[in-house]
Design a protein around this ligand. Structure first.
Ligand code: MN
Length: 736
């Protein structure tokens, strides 16, 4: 391009911008104009290197979209700015959503973000898949309908300027337009845009049909004009006599709807009789509108016989889109049925611009308010399909999805999840492998805990690590059946692995105690530790709740087997009641007492009721003897609880092998390259240690670190500390 051309182009851009400000449907304040100017400047900068397929500078596209938004739809300055910026984040890496937020505030940023997300949906999907995704996404984004409206404007301009695109792309985009955007435009009351989208859609999906009908309309135009003139001449005399200020127009049916009629009724172009409607638009005060409409109705039916089955009164009960008008079909000249639409100025504007116009009339003074009301109205319309709602809503059954949320992968693919789903559900929905390796998650670029509840529209990025694996806490965060099943089976698997290791450890330790690991000794151990299965035994050895001392105790008790044998025999002879057996199980499982919020405190068992593990109990703060534990049904309980309620502590028995506690380890050393790496490796290599928090600090060559871990057993902390001590450079490791 030569310099002259660029100069010309710049002048054209400036002119287009000026035009935009001029044609805005709303009155723009100075502040509005400033906002739009800023958006324009950013858009010009962001797209400066870009050209459209047609060769023109890219910036003409956002300006055109903004014009549609400003004039044809009549939206506010915020929307105009967002329309100017709608492709900036997607096309220009220099600008992020955060930048937009900094520059234009949250509302504009949210709208632009919504628009960017729609665009970044996987573009290679086939039409129906993509339309399905669009549909879902539109439902999620309806918290600001402006996103959808600007997207429709974007699509309209793309359809208007699709000429230089590859034919297969044209067909794809046109099909999508017919499938999703036109019904959507209709649904929110943008009738003109809907009609234009449909006609353009037909132009690219069935070009022959489109051009055939277009030619026929042009050919018959003269005759049609004459026909309309005949009607309006007849009506004029009467309307003038009544002093109406009005306009009569012939409104040709759109190419798309003529085509639809031809297909539906199996008729030729000539046989479609209502190829146009007559529209009478009258000026009236708001309070006289309805009366005048019916007066005109009366005049029309004085001249032409009405079809009683074809009367539509959208004035007494407007459509859910806000559309108001009186439609009648009458027998016109030459025995042809003609539809006559009677609308006031105001109604006409609503029909063309939707609610924007509606609220311009209703609440002109509270302009900003009215937009919000409008948006929430639209949202209502989208969410609550009424009887008159178009097929779109019917077909898509919005309510069906109210229990679903829709979130995005980093690549922009859409995933549907149940309401309340967390990043864990999301990662398992991608792939089991991803789920299993989940280490953390980012939602909309920010790190969140795995328990974070996802919202529709969130973009979720799962961080994985090869050392990550499911733990019992995950079951609290996962809501989907898929995730829960996978986590449970993995936990079982993990228990098995630990148990296998535990079995080997046990074999070694028993050997030192001169005991052979076999079925007999295992059974003895199981009953000695009051466990249920050998798996429980191996597992406990694996996680070190059963340690050397305990095994030694077992070994010495074993020499007393004869006593045990006799005891057992007596017990069996007496016949143990089922109840007691069950109690035995409980006793063995719930072996540790904790108070209030699972605190470990020293206590004494009260002698009045002698509670045993598993009994429902409470703690009582005695003056001389610390905490005394009573059964809940202890004879003294009621009087203690009522007289000294403030001294009562809740208490419960827990399974100590499942108990987790937090330990804080502090260490110091000499700052050394790779030290941090070594430390983290030690921790992640240690099974069953769940790191909650980790912080490292180096100061003048001195390294200090703090690790908070969650473990099931004290021994594990000791082991971990031992390993940390062995790291080169570490000087001191201590527990806080
Ligand atoms: Mn665009």
């Amino acid at each position: 391009m030569t310099d002259v051309d660029i100069e010309k182009e710049n002048a054209a851009i400036a002119a287009a911008y000026k035009e935009l400000l001029k044609i805005s449907y709303r009155t723009l304040s100075d502040e509005d104009k400033k906002l739009i100017r800023k958006a324009f400047d950013i858009a010009v900068d962001a797209h400066k290197e870009q050209r459209r397929k047609s060769g023109e500078a890219y910036i003409f596209h956002p300006i055109a979209v903004a014009k549609i938004v400003a004039y044809e739809i009549g939206l506010d300055a915020t929307s105009i700015a967002a329309a100017l910026l709608h492709d900036v984040v997607e096309d220009c890496p220099d600008y992020t959503i955060d930048d937009i937020q900094q520059l234009f505030g949250e509302t504009v940023a949210r709208i632009v973000d919504g628009l960017t997300k729609i665009s970044s949906l996987n573009k290679d999907m086939n039409v129906s898949m993509q339309a399905e995704n669009f549909r879902k996404m539109l439902l999620t984004l309806n918290d600001d309908v402006r996103v959808i409206i600007i997207k429709i404007a974007d699509r309209l301009h793309n359809m208007q300027t699709m000429g230089s695109m590859r034919p297969d792309k044209q067909v794809k985009i046109a099909s999508e337009t017919l499938y999703i955007y036109a019904p959507l435009a209709h649904r929110i009351g943008l009738y003109n845009i809907k009609t234009e989208l449909e006609d353009l859609g037909l132009k690219y999906t069935e070009p022959d049909v489109y051009h055939d009908i277009l030619n026929k309309i042009e050919d018959s135009k003269e005759e049609q004009d004459a026909y309309i003139k005949q009607i309006s001449d007849l009506l004029k005399t009467s309307l003038d006599r009544e002093g109406f200020d009005y306009e009569i127009k012939g409104r040709p049916k759109s190419i798309f709807s003529i085509r639809r009629k031809m297909v539906k009724q199996g008729v030729s172009f000539d046989e479609v009789y209502d190829k146009f409607a007559v529209r009478i638009i009258y000026k009236s005060k708001l309070e006289d509108e309805k009366f005048h409409a019916w007066k005109i109705y009366s005049i029309v039916t004085d001249h032409f016989r009405p079809n009683p089955t074809r009367l539509r009164d959208w004035i007494s009960s407007p459509k859910s889109t806000g559309y108001e008008a009186l439609h009648i079909t009458v027998m016109g000249p030459k025995g042809r049925w003609v539809e006559v639409q009677i609308r006031s100025d105001r109604m006409n504007e609503i029909a063309e611009k939707g609610y924007a116009a509606h609220y311009k009339y209703k609440q002109e003074k509270t302009k900003d308010d009215s937009l919000d009301t409008w948006i929430s109205k639209l949202q209502e319309a989208l969410e609550n399909p009424e009887v008159n709602a178009v097929d779109f809503v019917e077909q898509f059954k919005l309510n069906l999805y109210s229990k679903e949320i829709f979130v995005f992968t980093p690549k922009g693919d859409l995933k549907s999840l149940p309401k309340g789903a967390t990043p864990l559900d999301f990662s398992f929905s991608i792939h089991t492998e991803v789920g299993m390796k989940t280490r953390g998650a980012k939602v909309n670029g920010k790190l969140v805990p795995l328990s974070h509840v996802l919202q529709s529209g969130d973009q979720v990025d799962i961080l994985t690590s090869d050392t990550a694996k499911p733990n019992a806490n995950w079951l609290e965060y996962a809501t989907t059946a898929r995730a829960r099943t996978k986590i449970k089976s993995s936990l079982k698997e993990e228990k098995k692995i630990i148990a296998e290791e535990g079995k080997e450890i046990l074999r070694r330790k028993l050997k030192q105690l001169k005991i052979t690991l076999n079925e007999k000794s295992v059974n003895e151990l199981v009953s000695y530790f009051k466990l249920k299965t050998s798996l429980d035994l191996f597992y406990r050895v694996g996680i070190a709740t059963i340690d050397n001392t305990m095994l030694k105790d077992f070994a010495s008790s074993r020499s007393n087997t004869l006593v045990t044998f006799i005891k057992d025999k007596i017990r069996r002879k007496q016949g143990v009641k089922k109840e007691e057996l069950e109690k035995d199980e409980i006793t063995s499982k719930y072996d540790m007492l904790v108070f209030d919020k699972e605190e470990h405190l020293s206590y004494k068992i009260s002698s009045c009721c002698n509670p045993i593990p598993g009994d429902p109990v409470f703690g009582f703060l005695s003056i001389n003897q610390g905490i005394k534990v009573h059964k809940k049904n202890c004879p003294n309980a009621l009087s203690l609880q009522s007289n000294y309620a403030y001294r009562i502590m809740t208490a419960k028995w827990i399974d100590s092998s499942q108990q987790e506690f937090t330990a804080v380890i502090k260490m110091t050393g000499l700052d050394d390259l790779g030290l941090v790496n070594d430390v983290t490796k030690v921790i992640s290599d240690n099974m069953n240690v769940n790191i909650k928090n980790i912080s490292f600090d180096t100061n003048d060559g001195v390294f200090s670190g703090k690790i908070t871990v969650v473990v099931k057993n004290n021994n594990l902390v000791k082991k971990l500390m031992d390993k940390l001590k062995k790291i080169n450079g570490i000087e001191k490791v201590r527990r806080v």
